[in-house]
Ligand binder design. Structure first.
Ligand SMILES: [Zn+2]
Length: 137
């Protein structure tokens, strides 16, 4: 197995643990408001839609669409493998929920806005980083 590129890892807290550890089960999870069903991300104590505090982790399909992207050619940190793709993807269940992520298993010149992608997870210590790859089916 190839050595993984350097990555700054997130700090896992009780509020965001569902997001950073969902990949253990292959699941992309967001908080969902029990009152109005809104998906809430980044994690926060109250729903920005209705201000209720009853937010519970919910699993989504992991399918998303590339909203925009850039190809990085600069090695900003030691151990990074460039070029790599930084993308903002919109979650299929609610396109207003966006993740800034890397696209993997895809040549940078093959990436297009509007491309369907799906979540894959990169395990690092106790976190599972959600990355996205082309969804061919
Ligand atoms: Zn709500």
């Amino acid at each position: 197995m190839a050595e993984l590129p350097f990555r700054v890892l997130p700090k896992v807290t009780p509020l965001n643990e569902h997001f950073w550890t969902g990949g253990r089960d292959g699941a992309l999870r967001f908080l969902r408001c029990e009152a109005c069903r809104t998906l809430v991300h980044p994690p926060q104590p109250r729903c920005p839609g209705c201000l209720e505090s009853g937010l519970v982790p919910d699993t989504v399909s992991g399918r998303a669409t590339v909203a925009t992207f850039t190809v990085n050619h600069q090695a900003w940190l030691p151990g990074q493998d460039e070029p790599y793709v930084i993308a903002i993807v919109e979650i299929d269940e609610d396109p207003s929920v966006r993740l800034t992520t890397n696209l993997v298993n895809c040549a940078p010149d093959q990436v297009r806005i509007g491309m369907p992608v799906r979540a894959v997870f990169e395990e690092r210590e106790d976190v599972w980083i959600p990355l996205f790859e082309p969804a061919d089916d």
